[in-house]
Design a protein around this ligand. Structure first.
Ligand code: ADP
Ligand code: MG
Length: 269
């Protein structure tokens, strides 16, 4: 592991794509662990009622555990909700329980319903050292994802190397520009990551080309290979970086962490 430099100000990355199964959670989890293993302070906020990121980071999230539901609905401070992940020193998690599934509807009638996550994170950052905050979103563009888009400064879109890879990205871009115009002018598309890349297929190469043509500035040089080790790791409650540190998947996520760290350092010069 290469040590990564601390940032002057926290970067808040929302991992967004309303398509399910494109690698949002896998990227949230393994990027967070790679950054923390590099020596950075990282906070993962699990905003998906499925709680898959919580599982993969070894955090209990059965009903009754407090987490992002309490953050959004009861305005419990983040500091009272964070749990240390056994995956890496410096890695903290606000878990998600299935209660969060009801939050989308319950939030509708609340004051400042779109800003709750943003305010909570800013309060936490005011008296804690944080380099990166990572929001793992559900596969929809509802109020949970909107809360994450309002709380974030940077968007990372994972795109699965598959047929119709870019389908739906236009809708996502429309939501992003709406949020940017009305709720969070700081929001920027920061990075696009090709996931589940299979070097043996022409299709993967075509998708990668298409993504790079569409997002020339944003697309990361590193692509995440399709790898069984990556998909096995969560069932052991682990990131691939601890499950199999020398696998191609671990190397790829460490490289993504380095690329993003370099981007962030360059932008703060
Ligand atoms: P999302 O959060 O976008 O729904 P996930 O990260 O949960 O997507 O990934 C969907 C499925 O694909 C999961 O079973 C996951 O383990 C698997 N997966 C993700 N990335 C890879 C990869 N690079 N190689 C193989 N399987 C992967
Ligand atoms: Mg997910």
């Amino acid at each position: 592991t290469v040590p990564l430099p601390h940032l002057d100000a926290p970067r808040r990355i929302v991992i967004a794509n309303q398509k399910g199964g494109v690698g949002k959670t896998t990227t949230s989890v393994n990027l967070a662990v790679a950054l923390a293993q590099g020596g950075l302070n990282v906070l993962v906020v699990d905003v998906d009622p499925q709680g898959n990121a919580s599982t993969a980071l070894g955090i209990p999230h059965q009903e009754g555990v407090r987490g992002s539901y309490e953050l959004l609905l009861d305005e419990v401070p983040v500091a009272d909700l964070v749990v240390d992940s056994p995956e890496a020193k410096g890695l903290k998690v606000v878990p998600a329980t299935i209660d969060l599934a009801g939050a989308e509807l319950e939030l509708v009638s609340k004051v400042a319903r779109e800003q709750r996550l943003s305010r909570a994170i800013r309060d936490y950052e005011a008296d804690h050292d944080v380099d990166f905050v990572i929001f793992d979103c559900p596969p929809s563009l509802g109020l949970l994802t909107v809360n994450a888009l309002v709380a974030a400064s940077d968007i990372l879109i994972p795109i699965q190397s598959e047929y119709y890879a870019l389908e739906g990205v236009q809708q996502l871009m429309r939501t992003i520009s709406l949020v940017k115009r009305q709720l969070n002018s700081d929001l920027e598309l920061w990075a696009v990551l090709v996931t589940m890349y299979d070097a043996r297929t022409r299709l993967s190469a075509q998708v990668a080309e298409e993504v790079m043509a569409h997002f020339p500035k944003e697309t990361l040089h590193t692509m995440i290979p399709r790898s069984v080790r990556i998909s096995e790791a969560p069932s052991y409650g682990q990131s691939v970086l601890n499950y199999d540190p020398n696998s191609v998947g671990s190397n790829a996520y460490r490289k993504v962490a380095q690329e993003l760290s370099q981007r962030a350092m360059k932008e703060q010069e």
